[in-house]
Write a protein that binds this ligand. Sequence first.
Ligand code: ZN
Length: 217
Amino acid sequence: MSFQQIALEDKQRALSELQEVKELFASRGWFPGTSGNLSIRVGDFNPNDFQFAVTASGKDKTVHTPEDYLFVDQDGKPCEATRLKPSAETLIHCEIYKLTGAGAIFHIHSVFNSVISEYFWDRKSVPVDGVELIKGFNIWDEEAHIDIPIVSNFAHIPSIVPEITERIVKHIPGVLLRKHGIYAWGANAFEAKRHLEAFEFIFEYVYRLELLQRGNR
Ligand SMILES: [Zn+2]
């Protein structure tokens, strides 16, 4: 349980940022079939005591209602009396906040991130070489090489958490769930959005390049 008192304006800022991001991502078709979830942290961060606003479970993210979000603590438990349910995947948000101290986490399902996560499953990471958008992660080396981690996608969400703990790397602000989607994070909503966009660009690039190269072999 969290004992922090969060200022009302801090909460309102998080909710309006979430609404803005949700609207934009919905317009890109990034929440198929009510999937995906978004969260923004509020108040002070301590790995054992923090709070965040997160999308409620099972809502259509292409429309706005007063019941779109709720505030939960570091264990994913609601901070105030509500009949809303946090998304089952909220536990993954909790773990990523604990490990990284991030300010925002965005999770979406796309065809490209799902296909790529399965294609590279044997090596448990997606290799990316020298793509300009790697700079979106603040990695500025010329011809940078990165490996984006992929973890198992168990139906039982708590079973995914230890793999997340083990596989997250400091300089890569994202992790793929096999045949499922991506979690991307940043110090705030602006940065998390930039990271997510860079990831999605890279997944489509890797996919298309692989297809072209296969055709030429
Ligand atoms: Zn998901």
